[in-house]
Design a protein around this ligand. Structure first.
Ligand code: HEM
Length: 489
């Protein structure tokens, strides 16, 4: 028994080396420029573990708008310009709409969600039902809910501004869970909310590109669990249990309580349960469960992140805040609160919202796509199987496109919706994988921003000597990036 251990390790090492060599050898020349590649390991040591968009952005200056990275034999293409993203991910979407098979999210059960699924029939079916429920026309029925939750957020913040992050999560979670399952979350300890939040944290960590060795060397998943270096297998096992619970528990609650009248209508799951008259096949039910979790996952941290960025931007830029408030006072007046339908008559607020999406996109690297066949772009070879990462952060901070990109300046759009749309076209992703929740998300965000501006003065706290204390600008890493609150509001 003891002799078999070194043999197993040796065999795994030989297999890994052979696999890497084969992948390296298979790669042809004339790929886009990129960081230096070493034999076997490629450029993997150049990929940072955190805030990768910053490094990828530096690469844009050195290598240009399309960068080739070899990560342990896995080809990666980083796209640093909106034009290239549009040329490839939008215009050639039939071959750029796959997702990379990332082993860590797969081990965690995350690939049941269509957000991470390959470009397949199963993805198509899940996406179709979500896209129907969140079309521009369909999302209107959720406006009253979004407006009510925005007002509750304001009430809560007036009572205790220091709970901003928690209350934002609670309100955004309440909206999504209500819309997906018909359950109304009343407090932050609601198990459906806490399980969903934990699952989203797992999603963000598990899908961060370049962090998990098993994503590059899938055979590492066969390591025995006692071997040093195999801790990720234990982590994945724990995460999988949480993710599956977060998907099935709220659905089963909805299904069980539909007849009792405790389920609020309309909601996504009830609608499909009713349409199929409760007679869904196991396969259909599975799709519904994971489609609902995808909505929950897609809509929670992204919206919450944008709201926190909005508060940060308002604290740091009082003149921008006052300009938008003046517009609301002028157009809406003092007798009512703004509603989502007012969006068309508030260009200054629309510009401010676009600037929040630009200043710090909630998903700075979007979600990686994958290329399903060899392609050629500007005489460069893009190999089949490449992981394609749209660096939205750089596209939205390219000084050639957005002068003084770190400044929060809604005037840069000069009130032109066409310019604002260029920002949302990037921050909500590309091609056939672009965010299906965009219209819904924009409704929630407008409701929150306009209600807060109409009712609150957002200002920094003061210390005991009356000095203003400004928060540090620091963001979390991971697929979804959120402002880390360093001082209370
Ligand atoms: C501020 C809010 C939001 C932002 C910034 C955002 C951004 C994104 C981005 C960048 C992607 C990846 C697109 C790509 O692969 O190119 C995405 C995908 C997705 N989003 Fe959103 N999103 C937001 C809100 C929502 C909401 C409210 C929902 C659902 C109700 C949602 C559901 C999804 C789903 C299911 C996907 C995966 C689509 C697929 O793989 O086919 N998102 N989102």
């Amino acid at each position: 028994m003891s002799g078999s251990v070194p043999i197993a390790i040796l065999a795994a090492a030989v297999m890994s080396a052979g696999y890497l060599f084969w992948k390296s050898a298979a790669r042809k020349n004339n790929v886009p420029p990129g960081p230096r590649r070493w034999p076997l390991i490629g450029s993997v040591l150049e990929i940072p573990q955190t805030c990768q968009w910053e490094t990828f952005s530096k690469w844009a200056k050195t290598y240009g708008s399309i960068v080739y990275v070899d990560a342990l034999g896995q080809p990666m293409i980083v796209i640093n310009s909106a034009k290239v993203a549009n040329d490839l991910l939008d215009k050639r979407s039939s071959i750029y709409s796959d997702r990379p098979i990332l082993m860590m999210p797969t081990l965690c059960g995350g690939t049941n969600s269509f957000a991470l699924q390959s470009y397949s029939e199963s993805w198509r079916q899940q996406r179709k039902i979500v896209a129907q429920d969140f079309s521009p026309a369909a999302v209107r029925r959720y406006y009253p809910l979004q407006e009510t939750e925005a007002r509750k957020l304001v009430h809560g913040l007036i009572d205790d501004p220091s709970t901003l992050a928690r209350q934002t999560q609670l309100r955004i979670g309440a909206i999504i869970i209500r819309v997906a399952y018909g359950h109304y979350v009343t407090d932050e300890n609601d198990p459906l909310l806490t399980a969903g939040l934990t699952a989203m944290e797992i999603f963000s960590k598990a899908t961060t590109p370049g962090v998990w060795a098993v994503d590059f060397l899938p055979m590492l998943r066969f390591l025995p669990s006692w071997l040093p270096g195999s801790e990720f297998l234990q982590i994945a096992k724990q995460w999988r249990k949480i993710v599956i619970g977060a998907a099935w528990d709220p659905y089963l609650w909805c299904k069980k309580n539909l007849a009792t009248g405790t389920v609020l209508l309309p909601n996504f799951c009830a609608q499909y349960l009713a349409a199929e008259d409760g007679k869904m096949s196991e396969e259909q039910e599975e799709k519904l469960v994971w489609a609902a979790l995808s909505m929950f996952g897609g809509g929670l941290d992204t919206n919450a992140s944008s709201i926190l960025t909005f508060f940060l931007a308002m604290i740091l830029n009082p003149s921008v805040q006052h300009k938008a408030q003046d517009e609301i006072d002028r157009v809406i007046g003092p007798d009512r609160l703004p509603v989502i339908q007012d969006k068309a008559s508030l260009p200054c607020v629309r510009g401010l919202i676009a600037e929040v999406f630009r200043w710090h996109p909630a998903a700075p690297l979007g979600i990686a796509h994958a290329l399903t066949q060899d392609d050629v772009y500007d005489d460069m070879r893009l190999p089949k199987g490449s992981v394609v990462i749209p660096n939205a952060w750089h596209m939205l901070h390219d000084p050639e496109v957005y002068p003084n990109p770190m400044e929060f300046d809604p005037d840069r759009y000069q009130g032109l919706d066409s310019e604002m749309d260029k920002v949302t076209d990037i921050s909500f992703g590309f091609g056939r994988r672009a965010c299906p929740g965009k219209y819904f998300a924009e409704g929630t965000f407008f409701a929150v921003v306009s209600t807060v501006l109409a009712t609150c003065e957002i200002s920094p706290i003061q210390d005991t000597e009356g000095n203003t204390v400004l928060p540090d600008i620091s963001y979390t890493s991971g697929t979804i990036s959120a402002f880390k609150i360093s001082v209370p509001f």
